[in-house]
Design a protein around this ligand. Sequence first.
Ligand SMILES: Cc1cc2nc3c(=O)[nH]c(=O)nc-3n(C[C@H](O)[C@H](O)[C@H](O)COP(=O)(O)OP(=O)(O)OC[C@H]3O[C@@H](n4cnc5c(N)ncnc54)[C@H](O)[C@@H]3O)c2cc1C
Length: 377
Amino acid sequence: MHTQLSYWEYNRWLGPADVVVAGSGIVGLNAAIRLRQLRPNWRVVVAERGALPSGASTKNAGFACFGSITELADDLTHTSENELMALAERRLRGLSLLRTRLGDEAIEYEPLGGYELFETDESFAQYAQYIGRFNTLFKPFNGLQSTYINADEEIARFGLGGVKHLVKNVAEGQIHTGRMMEALIEKAKAAGVHIFTGLHITHFTETAHSLLLHTENGYEIQTQQLVVCTNGFGRQLLPELDVNPARAQVLITEPIENLRVKGSFHYDRGYYYFRNVGNRVLFGGGRNLDFAAETTTAHSLTPLVQNRLDELLQQVILPGTPHKVAMRWAGTMGLGGQKKPIVKQISPRVSCALRMGGMGVALGSLVGDEVAEMIVN
Ligand SMILES: Cc1cc2nc3c(=O)[nH]c(=O)nc-3n(C[C@H](O)[C@H](O)[C@H](O)COP(=O)(O)OP(=O)(O)OC[C@H]3O[C@@H](n4cnc5c(N)ncnc54)[C@H](O)[C@@H]3O)c2cc1C
């Protein structure tokens, strides 16, 4: 089906673009902003399939993190130290760009620190040796003598159950995800980016002098360049890419009087994560309970994961504290064989920036800039 645009629609909204960015998540919006900074005369359009950004950027936990000890140590089993630190450095630069581009106040950045929980002496002993090693590796990047420190004395303060050891990342913070995306959308609009929601690009065809994008509602949009920033949905437009959807399910409690949990927390090698949002607890994870079922773009919830979240909430995070779950939801991450993002030119008119590896709050701003600069150059 091809829906004919009116003259007015073509003239004001969906006429030929210089660049169309598919996806209005952190990456797509940053790419569009950077493109307008570099080429103020270009018509830059962001096409978003949902009424709101509908992947991960408005659904995440808001950890401004760059790697916990167990996660980094496990990565070292299949990645070289140089590659690992190159990616960690991109995460740090991305966080710094996010904060300077939008401002700490606008994103409600709070430097509360990040903590990793260990339930046994054995599990802690396995990773304790990495604390010194990663402190040495991070020092040139963040100037800190110790990024990671033992924080066992804080276990009681947080009221956590069944936790034997705690490692603190002093440089980790948290943001208000909704405020961040709101600020990013405003920034993009102020930069002259045209954002259209409800515009699902189903496929594209090349003509002699441009690309033709086809949308689910039957429009055809002409553009010189397409940038695919659809992360976990990437293979719908570019099937050859090494990126798969990974569903992440979360919950948030009702406000809790005198909540003791403050900061961001990583548990079970990063498969679970929780934080305070004011006086509520946001808690997510459990993808490892059934990797196959969670390799999906569906945003439905499963009893397997949600029941486990309920259990851990009661036993580990809020033991003895009465609480009620207020909301539950899911989002789509983009994972692949490697954690490194794919920032790549696919053909003369098509590029992509995706596969944020579950850390797009950190990487997204930088990766958006990277793909914009690649196109312009
Ligand atoms: C529950 C959850 C918790 C997370 N917690 C954290 C965290 O604490 N810290 C952290 O760093 N990261 C976290 N992440 C990951 C982080 O949110 C993502 O890495 C990041 O948001 C990815 O941004 P993106 O722009 O690449 O993709 P997305 O935000 O997924 O944006 C892609 C957009 O493309 C749109 N789209 C898809 N296909 C099409 C199409 N064909 N046409 C038009 N539009 C299309 C989608 O609707 C979507 O809005 C979490 C993710 C989830 C789901």
